[in-house]
Write a protein that binds this ligand. Structure first.
Ligand code: FAD
Ligand code: NAD
Length: 473
């Protein structure tokens, strides 16, 4: 009998398994994906078909775009720039293999037992493992469910693995689609839309909601819309796709926009309208584990299910579907199994959209603070006033700091601009320590850095930013 069995080897499950092993627990991790040799392919959605391959393509496509469009501004003329999409995909696949092999190496080093197969929770803390050849039942004192999520499929545009694809298919195109349709202008739509737009696709995004990026600060969302439209993404809001008909090598999409029916023919259509938890075939009928109405496993704030010793983490449970959120839950659960009192601070989960420029935020936005009737103040600083941002030709966007009006405690940080993902992390560390905007204002920042925009936004919250003209005190 193991101390812990983890079902799922994604960033929630594999991190949890490693932490369990570090704490001296005997642990096995069951993963259904397998490599060519028949061993578990670890890393989950994130490493194999999510965070990592998308960022590899975002980086490659940005370089291609800059070589074609921006380098001449710096006095560098390359002549005609050629795209080798197959080499780009090979590089992406190599990064993925390197990282997934790295997780296998970490399992060996930490003595985590890796079991290849499909795991199903039976009653009495037993797990059935099925692979091609056999079915086995293993027992554990604790079971951690970490089977992640999969793309939502909609009736009006069913995946066909060719012209109508999910995010995984969109990371594998062998040619640049001339005209690319995307259903859903969320995080995946914007990231993958950016990739293919930079490589030459004419991109149309059909979003059901009338509002663009409702989870983002309203003013910043407006700036993002303007910038991405300028970059060539045709973002259509308030559009309901009614049908997607596969024709020869293309797909005809019909959608409703402002009460009228529209038609577009695309070479490829990406459907990215959210993801659902992987609970099918995960839990046997005689288990009492409860799911909510959307299929997520119900857990408390410590990721404990309604059955003692059965835990669930990552995309399988409530909260944002983010790799770092799942990993932190995995660590919390491992440590709680080992008797520690670890908690996850769900108020400070950072979000990032890895476009160019990046979008990043943490904490509350103005709408949330207004709804909660919190008296707050704001400080903003545009990258157009940052020396470093101008020197690197990255001066689009701004930083906004929200702080409590009375105590000055930082409540939220919202960034659209260069290195936003890294900048928000600086603010998040300050927030984790309960800092005020004055604390950031009193901190010395290297010059010239784009981080100075965070410094100035914090100063602006108290009316004394130096490099913008609205000083109050
Ligand atoms: P998963 O990563 O989905 O892992 C679950 C694992 O369990 C899988 O390997 C699956 O094969 C296995 N499994 C499922 N059922 C069983 C079973 N019954 N038995 C055995 N094994 C099973 N998040 C970020 O934070 N940053 C990003 O930049 C980012 N980019 C993304 C880009 C894309 C295109 C996509 C699709 C997602 C992205 N995400 C990103 C989201 C991120 O990938 C997920 O939040 C994260 O992978 C969830 O981790 P997880 O371990 O809960 O589940
Ligand atoms: P999402 O929730 O970010 O966006 C889906 C969008 O599709 C929404 O704007 C929604 O209004 C729209 N939509 C829903 N149904 C629709 C319909 N029928 N027609 C048109 N539009 C419709 O989901 P996603 O982009 O699929 O991403 C899935 C998950 O993966 C997200 O939770 C995200 O957190 C995670 N992810 C994270 C990152 C990152 O951290 N950078 C990157 C990619 C994915």
């Amino acid at each position: 009998m193991y101390d812990v069995v983890v079902i799922g080897g994604g960033p929630a499950g594999y991190v949890s398994a490693i932490r369990c092993a570090q704490l001296g627990l005997s642990v096995a991790c069951i993963e259904s994906m397998k490599d060519d040799a028949g061993n578990s392919k670890l890393g989950g959605t994130c490493l194999n078909v999510g965070c990592i391959p998308s960022k590899a393509l975002l980086d490659s496509s940005q370089r291609f775009y800059e070589a074609n469009n921006d380098l001449n501004k710096h006095g560098i003329n390359l002549g005609e720039v050629e795209l080798d999409i197959s080499a780009m995909m090979t590089r992406k696949n190599k990064v993925v293999s390197q990282l997934t092999a790295g997780v296998s190496g970490l399992f060996k080093a930490n003595k985590v037992v890796s079991i290849q197969g499909h795991g199903k929770l039976l009653s009495g803390k037993r797990v059935e493992v099925t692979n091609n050849d056999s079915t086995d039942v293993i027992e554990a004192k604790n079971i951690i469910l970490a089977s992640g999520s999969k793309p939502i499929e909609i009736d009006s545009a069913k995946f066909n693995e060719d012209t109508i694809v999910d995010s995984t298919g969109a990371l594998e195109f062998s040619d640049v689609p001339k005209k690319l349709g995307i259903i859903g202008a969320g995080v995946i739509g914007l990231e993958l839309g950016s990739v293919w737009s930079r490589l030459g696709s004419e991109v149309y995004m059909l979003e059901a909601l009338p509002e663009f990026l409702p989870m983002v600060d309203k003013k910043i969302a407006k700036d993002i819309f303007k910038e991405f439209s300028k970059q060539g993404l045709n973002i259509k809001l308030g559009c309901m796709v009614t049908s997607a008909k596969s024709l020869k090598n293309c797909v005809e999409v019909e959608y409703e926009e402002n009460g009228s029916t529209q038609n577009e023919v695309f070479d490829k259509l990406i459907v990215c309208v959210g993801r659902i938890p992987n609970t099918s075939e995960l839990i046997s009928d005689d288990s009492d584990i409860q799911l909510d109405d959307k299929g997520f496993v119900e857990v408390d704030e410590f990721c404990q299910t309604n059955e003692s010793g059965v835990w669930a983490i990552g995309d399988l449970v409530r909260g944002p579907m983010l790799a770092h959120k799942g990993s932190e839950e995995g660590i919390m659960v491992a440590e709680r199994i080992a008797g520690k009192k670890t908690v996850v601070n769900y108020n400070l989960v950072p979000s990032v959209i890895y476009t160019h420029p990046e979008v990043a935020w943490v904490g509350k936005n103005e709408e949330e603070l207004k709804a909660e009737k919190v008296d707050y103040k704001t400080g903003s600083f545009p990258f157009a006033a940052s020396g470093r941002a101008l020197a690197t030709d990255e001066s689009v966007g701004s930083v906004k700091v929200l702080a409590d009006k009375k105590t000055d405690t930082i409540l939220g940080i919202h960034i659209f601009g260069p290195s936003a993902a890294e900048l928000v992390q600086q603010g998040l560390i300050a927030m984790e320590f309960g800092s005020s905007s004055e604390d950031i204002g009193l901190t010395m920042f290297s010059h010239p850095t784009v981080s100075e925009a965070l410094h100035e936004a914090a100063l602006a919250a108290n009316g004394h930013a130096i490099h913008i003209g609205n000083r109050k005190k």
